[in-house]
Design a protein around this ligand. Structure first.
Ligand code: ZN
Length: 76
């Protein structure tokens, strides 16, 4: 999550990450989830709860988060 702690990659081994300097994939996934909820009548209805679209975004975000944790555990 904290990219500022990552050591600089050696020259010639640019990270193939889209949107470097912007949001990380994990942040993008979370942003999609939150942004959807802000504009979704179903998600804003307390009784209706989360709609299928929001649930899909939430699962995608969680999977990315799990993946990031796994990478940290491996010392990546
Ligand atoms: Zn929704």
């Amino acid at each position: 999550m904290d990219e500022s702690r990552e050591p600089e990659p050696p020259a010639g081994s640019r990270r193939a990450v889209a949107g470097v300097g912007k949001l990380t994939p994990l942040q993008q996934a979370y942003s999609r989830y939150v942004t959807h909820q802000l504009g979704c009548g179903t998600c804003q209805d307390v009784d209706a709860g989360r709609c299928a679209t929001a649930e899909g975004f939430r699962v995608a975000w969680k999977l990315l988060g799990d993946d990031a944790c796994e990478q940290m555990r491996r010392g990546a």
